[in-house]
Design a protein around this ligand. Structure first.
Ligand SMILES: [Zn+2]
Length: 303
């Protein structure tokens, strides 16, 4: 992606130094809740109680964080590898510039799309954190992967996830990283358009299996929206050879079936909540091909 020299977003909130490499929570927070994505270990009941209590105390809806983030690790999965606290290293600063440029490009694209529908796009903030972070949706650990919190309209990203994407998941390339950012921004679009609110309403009282199926539809739509963004990025002439392939490969590598096979050796389809590799690639490609929101209706019909 020919991103250097292009506009960088002002909507980055760099909280990496606050967290001291995964130690404190900043702001005097005393809770150290080890939210590790969809772990099903013995501590999970205690964890749920802690999160609910913390939610009650801080006034957020804990159900929003218990679902984990995007690209989170599976039960028994390893930790993020690589250096834990290189938040201020030059390499990371370049990565920060890259993320800020991709974010700016999503702002331009979605502002244009919303305008064409007579709507106003409100830019999300993107919080860079290191280790763990406190959001309006609760505390989250980097192990849960990047996530979007509808409560504060912010995308949360620990950039060590990019290393994990590359080294652990086999999804290398700049545009694989851009796709991750664009997918989270896709959730923001769902929030602004009311889709996410409806989703959160609908999943109340659902069985876990049904809620997972609904979650897959939401996630595939975020993939499709990432594809819509990539479509307009291509029109600007800033995509390079291999970019879209690297995003499609990332979609494949973080598909639920591929991830589960890799991490635990077998698949549990009822637990899928992001979609299979095939589904994720299909919806990303669909959005990319047409650039039309109307082609991203994952909420009804077969997926
Ligand atoms: Zn997602």
């Amino acid at each position: 992606m020919l991103w250097r020299g292009r506009r960088q977003s002002d909507n980055i909130e760099d909280e990496r130094s606050d967290s001291g490499g995964g130690g404190g929570l900043g702001g005097g927070g005393q809770f150290r809740v080890p939210i590790g994505g969809r772990t099903g270990g013995g501590g999970s009941i205690l964890l749920v109680i802690l999160v609910v209590l913390a939610g009650w105390y801080f006034g957020f809806d804990p159900s929003q964080i218990l679902g984990g983030g995007d690209g989170g690790l599976l039960p028994g999965g390893g930790q993020i590898t690589g250096t834990q606290d290189n938040g201020n290293a030059p390499a990371n600063d370049e990565m920060k510039q890259f993320v800020a440029t991709v974010l700016a490009d999503t702002e331009d694209t979605w502002t244009g799309i919303f305008k064409s529908q007579g709507l106003t796009y409100e830019d999300p903030k993107l919080v860079l954190f290191s280790g763990q972070v406190r959001s309006a949706c609760g505390f989250a650990s980097a192990a849960a992967g990047p996530f979007y919190c509808p409560g504060d309209h912010k995308v949360y990203l620990d950039m060590t996830f990019f290393q994990q994407l590359d080294q652990q998941f086999g999804a290398s390339g700049e545009f694989a990283r851009a796709y991750v950012v664009a997918h989270e921004v896709g959730h923001h679009v769902q929030n602004l358009t009311g889709i996410m609110g409806k989703f959160n309403q609908m999943r109340q009282g659902m069985s876990e299996a049904d809620a997972n199926q609904l979650s897959v539809r939401i996630e595939l739509q975020a993939d499709c929206f990432a594809g819509v963004w990539a479509h307009f990025t291509q029109q600007k002439g800033i995509l390079e050879q291999g970019d879209i392939e690297s995003a499609l490969n990332a979609a494949k590598q973080i598909g639920d079936d591929t991830l589960q096979k890799k991490m635990q050796g077998y698949v549990v389809p009822e637990s899928f909540n992001h979609g299979t590799s095939q589904q994720r690639q299909t919806w990303l490609a669909r959005g990319f091909k047409s650039g039309k929101l109307s082609d991203c209706n994952t909420m009804s019909g077969p997926i």
